[in-house]
Design a protein. Structure first.
Length: 441
């Protein structure tokens, strides 16, 4: 019995020695299961919990870790989210919960770095907003225990896009707008101001007169957007869209196929990099008001308008009814017309309309020479006789584009008269001079 008593004392002593660790383990297990709370030195039994499926501690730990870690690459490819890639000129609000001295609004410099307290300069160009949040969270762990970091853009940089294909002026364009993000809502702004946080302007009213609005589509999705003027409006910021890019490139041509517009965009490295592409039916925007086809553009996007083999006059007229194309265009008239020179005609105008605007043809006239320089560097030249009754978009009455040259040639009789005038004019001058000297004698 003595040995058994000594053994029992030893066991009790070991239990008492390791009691704090055992209680902590029991507390953790009890909190995970939601069955009650165990405290050091006492036992507090909670009221019976409703029946629920037990969740293993490992699964809960993984769920907690997932909340503070980026989404795996395989899962990201199937999620629609904002893929805005940060770059020089962007400003972001970085907030560490309960640590205002490390919070604030910071800008990305020309070298792609962002300067923050404690962390100094960090290279962040090429990251998405979510990737930056996770990156800063890891960096602040050296100074803050379990940091909670929140990041949101407040000012977006102007974007540089390429517009190619069947537009009047293909090339690179820098698009910008009112790209400063206002507060999320009036109540949220009041709360931030009451807490001594950063001040944001209240959300401005949505207004605009241009028919150029659109909403974010497959490549750029997000909430809180509204249509107002040209571009996508989100919390007071105005973002460039496909409509703005085409308009900046001076509009479409008669051969533009608006039913097939391609937009190519680069992806963030966090989702595998590379590029993605989508096809838009922009004609549905002009004819049906389908604003989902007028997506927001990001920096580095490529907009390509495919070419049709035939002139799409109806499409051109619809574009002329909006501000996608200039309302008027200029062509040049020369030769046997009453008012030669630059002639302004409406979008979708024809050769016969240009002749009428130039005052008509002279009585003695020959054939018409029509010259057009294409985007491919080729010259479209036609010579035909004037046909006032020719149908629109026919060989003798083509639809005009800016820069077309129309020359009305001389007829045989008018050419002969011109030659006689060129020959006789010097002779008449000599004869007149001779008469003057003869009268002086």
């Amino acid at each position: 019995m003595g040995e058994e008593g000594d053994s029992a004392d030893v066991v009790l002593m070991q239990i008492y020695t390791h009691m704090p660790g055992l209680c902590q383990l029991i507390n953790t297990f009890g909190a995970c299961l939601g069955a009650g709370t165990l405290l050091m030195g006492q036992v507090a039994v909670a009221s019976p919990a409703p029946q629920r499926t037990a969740v293993p501690i490992r699964a809960k730990t993984q769920a907690a870790a997932t909340a503070n870690s980026p989404i795996p690459a395989k899962s990201r490819s199937s999620v629609i989210y904002d893929t805005y890639i940060l770059g020089p000129g962007d400003s972001l609000q970085v907030e560490l919960i309960d640590i205002p001295e490390l919070s604030g609004v910071y800008s990305i410099g020309p070298d792609g770095t962002m300067y923050l307290p404690r962390l100094r300069a960090l290279y962040v160009e090429g990251l998405t907003v979510e990737e930056l949040r996770y990156f800063l969270q890891q960096q602040f762990k050296a100074y803050v225990r379990s940091p909670e970091v929140y990041v949101r853009p407040v000012t977006y940089r102007p974007i540089r896009v390429y517009v190619g294909g069947e537009v009047r002026r293909p090339g690179y364009y820098i698009l910008s707008g009112a790209q400063k993000l206002s507060g999320v809502s009036g109540s949220a702004d009041s709360s931030i101001a009451a807490d001594g946080g950063a001040n944001f302007s209240s959300r401005p009213g949505v207004s605009g007169a241009d028919l150029a609005g659109g909403s974010q589509g497959a490549l750029a999705s997000g909430g809180g957007s509204a249509i107002g003027g040209s571009g996508v409006v989100t919390f007071g910021a105005l973002f460039p869209t496909v409509f703005d890019a085409i308009k900046t490139a001076e509009g479409i041509t008669p051969f533009s196929n608006l039913a097939d517009i391609q937009v190519t965009r680069r992806q963030a490295l966090g989702v595998g990099g590379g590029k993605i592409r989508t096809n838009l039916n922009f004609l549905s925007l002009l004819s049906e008001g389908d604003e989902s086809q007028n997506i927001r553009l990001f920096d580095g996007d490529v907009v390509y308008i495919t070419k049709s083999t035939v002139v799409l006059r109806d499409q051109l007229l619809k574009a002329g009814q909006t501000n996608l194309n200039p309302k008027f265009l200029q062509v040049f008239m020369s030769g046997r017309v009453n008012t030669p020179g630059a002639v302004t005609v409406p979008q979708g105008g024809t050769l016969n309309q240009a002749i009428a605007i130039a005052g008509g043809l002279k009585l003695l006239r020959g054939q018409i020479s029509f010259i057009r320089f294409t985007n491919e560097g080729e010259v479209d030249r036609r010579v035909f006789s004037y046909s006032p009754g020719a149908s629109s978009n026919s060989l003798k009455n083509p639809i005009l584009v800016a820069g077309d040259i129309i020359q009305v040639q001389e007829s045989a009789l008018s050419a002969g008269v011109t030659v006689l005038q060129e020959i006789t004019a010097p002779l008449l001058g000599i004869y007149a001079t001779q008469q003057v000297f003869s009268n002086l004698k």
